[in-house]
Design a binder for this molecule. Structure first.
Ligand code: FAD
Length: 420
């Protein structure tokens, strides 16, 4: 075991987006600070590298803190205030100032003009290096202790470090990393995945892979006791993509985020309700179907979607699911059967049997309890000199650059405070 002779002013545990951004912020705010980043893996910024399909969706072009904060199932209230200090506009300016050109997609997602996440990695690493921040890789921290003299850290190789202040920016999901904060008295809200797709083996979806429709999607069949008890409705709107294994697309990712904990509680087995025609209710659609029956009584229902709002293949499949045969004409469908059809189309139930088969879990719901963190400085309310940033906190956002923005904002606040 070896001891670092010169203690660092600041040690940042975790060389990810939040760790580098905090290091650069502190170093620029207070040149001369002795700052060290300790990264577990050999290559820092690993998630930045794979983010956004290799393009890195670094933020979302939403410049109103209130509106921006509404896209965080957890951390919304705290980020609302934090965005007053550092928000997407500041992120874009920060990268722009360091030579990163960006573009904004129609949906608000912001990417480097190079469409290459390496641009963001080069920028962050270049900035840290230029400011004299030291980086040690391959040193996963396994113990963190605190006394009046400051912090003592030990890595997996038995090497010991000491520092006056420590930032934990270790990302989401690692049990050993959560133990570092828990060991100093912090509460960890149990980590569960957010942003995943649904496995739904349902004959109504067979042969429809690739179809995209705008729908309303809700958690339906009491996914957890807590949910049942609260009677809250978790419902989202947006594009749904039918896949070979079930359901995906922005609407599903959104529902998986808002319902992350409920879905975990029920073991990812529950009902979801789909309104395939989100502008309609059972009653409005039934009125429409009755009118169609009166207007074109002899036409075959299966071949004629009166509203022309759904792809034909999907329309046929949903009608078959409602028990309507290929040979039946509109005038053969009783009022009762039309009501059943209207119900299938506006509140059809599909049974989720698990998460999608691919590893598409982008972020972790859960982490360090926000109640124990001062969001003006990101300092622990329990341990003076201990700071938090990024996904290690109980914060997660929807897809679209929200998660990196939470990392930049919390890291900037921590960096400024630690430099003070
Ligand atoms: C496939 C994928 C694509 C994504 N795409 C996007 C996107 O386009 N836009 C977006 O906004 N978000 C995206 N995200 C989410 C985003 O990557 C994270 O929210 C973000 O990286 C969080 O930053 P962080 O610094 O808090 O954590 P991380 O990036 O996870 O960094 C934490 C670092 O800490 C290190 N570490 C952990 N434990 C220890 C330890 N004990 N000692 C030392 N080091 C340790 C880890 O090795 C890691 O390098 C994506 C996530 C994934 C998985």
């Amino acid at each position: 075991m070896s001891t670092q002779s010169n203690p660092f002013d600041l040690i940042i545990v975790g060389g990810g987006a939040a760790g580098f951004f905090a290091a650069a912020t502190a170093a620029r705010a207070h040149p001369g600070l002795n700052i060290l980043i300790l990264e577990r893996s050999e290559r820092p910024l690993g998630k930045v590298r794979i983010s956004g399909g290799g393009r890195c969706n670094l933020t979302h072009a939403c410049f109103d803190p209130q509106e921006m904060s509404a896209s965080y199932p957890r951390g919304s209230k705290e980020l609302r205030a934090a965005f007053e200090h550092f928000q997407p506009r500041d992120t874009m300016r920060w990268f722009e100032k360091r030579g990163v050109e960006m573009y904004t997609q129609e949906d608000g997602c912001v990417f480097p003009l190079s469409d290459d996440s390496q641009t963001i990695i080069d920028c962050l690493m270049g900035e840290a290096e230029q400011l004299g921040v030291r980086l040690y890789t391959g040193c996963g921290i396994r113990s963190l202790q605190h006394n009046e003299a400051g912090f003592r850290l030990e890595d997996k190789n038995g090497k010991v470090y000491s520092a006056t202040k420590v930032l934990l920016a270790v990302g989401g999901g690692s049990k050993s990393a959560y133990a570092l904060a828990a060991g100093l008295g912090h509460t960890i809200l149990p980590p569960v995945p957010s942003l995943f797709t649904f496995s739904v083996p349902d004959p109504r979806l067979q042969g429809l892979a690739g179809i995209v429709v705008d729908i309303e999607l809700s958690l339906a069949a009491n996914p957890s006791k807590a949910w049942e008890h609260s009677k809250r409705k978790i419902s989202v709107e947006g594009p749904l993509l039918i896949t070979h294994w079930g359901l995906s697309g922005p609407a599903v990712l959104k529902l998986s985020a808002w319902g992350a904990r409920d879905l975990a509680d029920c073991g990812y087995k529950c009902g979801v309700q789909i309104n395939w025609l989100p502008d309609e209710t059972v009653e409005t659609l039934l009125a429409e179907l009755l009118a169609v029956r009166a207007a074109v009584p002899r036409q075959h229902a299966l071949t004629h979607d009166p509203s022309a709002r759904l792809p034909v293949r999907l329309w046929k499949s949903l009608l078959a699911g409602a028990g309507i045969q290929e040979s039946e004409a509109w005038n053969e469908l009783s009022n009762k059967r039309l009501r059943i059809l209207a119900e299938h189309l506006t509140r059809g139930i599909f049974h989720v049997q698990g998460k999608g088969p691919y590893k598409d879990e982008f972020v972790t719901c859960g982490g360090v309890s926000l109640k124990e963190v001062n969001f003006k400085t990101m300092e622990s309310r329990l341990v003076s000199g201990l700071y938090f940033a990024g996904e290690f906190l109980d914060i997660d956002g929807l897809t679209g650059g929200y998660n990196f923005q939470a990392a930049w904002t919390t890291a900037w606040l921590a960096g400024m405070a630690m430099a003070g």
